[in-house]
Design a protein around this ligand. Structure first.
Ligand SMILES: *Cc1c(COP(=O)(O)O)cnc(C)c1O
Length: 405
């Protein structure tokens, strides 16, 4: 599915305004050109569309529902809060939407192996799942810190048959995992393909991943109409690299009455190193092969970042988010660790839905926003994933609050 905006963005060179592009070593120019060409062909191929529809319906469990969060809405006392339930997508998050499609593309290109980075382990699990389904080898790079924190996902990847490679340099989190995966790919670009885990990286990945994720927005638009008979007034999604947010935004960018909020993690505070609020505090710069807004240290290198949500602690952001934000089409929401944990428990105890800590950032911001709006207004939150992976970490560090609400 498409819209006038999606048809015209990015431009042919992969630019959203001045953001995006492709800054890659010469050895990758040919493989990336092949990927771009294969995608342009596949995009319009009836077989590809048919295969993708088939796996979405009969394997992933799509469409995922939209749920009216009645109790949370009453608790907040303002705008109505709806949830797009990507937590119910197979493997527990939105990531499988682009992984299944990326692996079909890899197969089409005759690749034997898929390589990727992972933060919270969700992308790794999703890609290992897709690789198992389509019969390809899978190698996942993950920061040592995240390996310790996200133990269940590491075990899942191994059970699914993937090789997990620890990234042991620097802060040992998501950025280092990307460096490590990129190095592995550069060594074997003929047999392998790098399946990027978000709307980041060199062209065509920001466009491709957005298009594959846009199923979230197109489904939600129809489902929301069944409830309300109109468009949502506000859409809220957390932003790490920005794929779940672009996925839900995609269907609404041309509907200029719909406010689009990308929520950034404020972590422990506003100082560099305490957060990963890239659009809020960052500046223009090139990292991981694309031009966007990034958080830089004093030397101009990617700054250390932090968030309680392992999947959203990334020092850059998808170029399309930088573009939409600077053009004023999208807005930034902020949420710190404490607010995210509060929302994690509120959604669990008021709605019976345990959200991923990443998604809890979107819920927390929606709760703040709802309180400022009239009861006839609506907010559609992209609940990007479920919190099973986070329960041990949360319970050890933030005891269950007495439910007084
Ligand atoms: C990976 C992940 C994110 C962050 O990635 P985006 O590309 O910004 O969507 C958010 N929520 C969950 C549950 C994730 O697994």
């Amino acid at each position: 599915m498409s819209t006038p905006y999606l048809e015209t963005h990015p431009d042919e060179r992969g630019y959203f305004g001045k953001f995006g592009g492709s800054f890659i070593p010469p050895v990758l120019e040919e493989p990336f050109a092949q990927i771009t060409q294969a995608y342009q062909e596949l995009k319009h191929s009836p077989e590809f569309i048919k295969e993708l529809k088939y796996v979405r319906k009969h394997y992933q469990g799509r469409p995922t529902p939209v749920t009216f969060a009645k109790n949370l809405t009453e608790y907040c006392g303002g705008a109505k809060i709806y949830l797009k339930r990507e937590d119910l997508n197979h493997t527990g998050a939105h990531k499988l939407n682009h992984c299944m499609a990326e692996v079909i593309l890899a197969k089409h290109l005759g690749k034997k192996k898929v390589i990727a980075e992972t933060g919270a382990g969700q992308h790794g699990v999703a890609l290992a799942t897709a690789a198992a389904y389509f019969g390809l080898e899978c190698e996942i790079h993950m920061g040592e810190v995240d390996i310790a924190k996200e133990h269940p996902n590491v075990v899942r990847m191994k059970i699914l048959g993937a090789k997990v490679v620890p990234a042991t340099h620097g802060l040992k989190t998501l950025k280092e995992a990307v460096d490590s995966a990129f190095d592995a790919y550069v060594k074997d670009p003929i047999n392998a393909i790098y399946c990027i885990g978000s709307v980041v990286g060199p062209h065509p990945f920001p466009m491709m991943v957005r298009d594959f994720q846009s199923v979230i927005g197109f489904e939600a638009k129809e489902q929301f109409d069944e409830f309300e008979g109109k468009l949502p007034d506000n859409i809220v999604a957390c932003v790490g690299g920005g794929s779940n947010a672009m996925g839900i935004f995609a269907a609404f960018i041309d509907d200029t009455d719909v406010n689009l909020y990308g929520v950034e993690p404020l972590g422990k505070g506003e100082k560099l190193g305490e957060h990963a609020a890239t659009l809020t505090y960052g500046e223009e710069g090139i990292m991981h092969g694309f031009n966007s807004i990034m958080l830089k240290d004093a030397e101009g290198n990617p700054a250390p970042v932090y968030s309680i949500g392992s999947g959203i602690d990334y020092p850059s952001v998808g170029p399309e988010h930088a573009y939409l934000n600077q053009s004023g089409r999208s807005k930034i929401g902020l949420c710190n660790d404490e607010e995210a944990v509060d929302a994690f428990y509120k959604l669990s105890q008021l709605e019976g839905i345990i959200p991923a800590l990443e998604s809890a950032h979107a819920v927390a911001f929606a709760m703040k926003l709802a309180k400022t709006l009239d009861k006839d207004k609506t907010i559609l939150v992209n609940l990007s994933g479920r919190g099973d992976k986070d329960i041990d970490y949360v319970i050890e560090n933030y005891p269950v609050p007495h439910a007084k609400f």
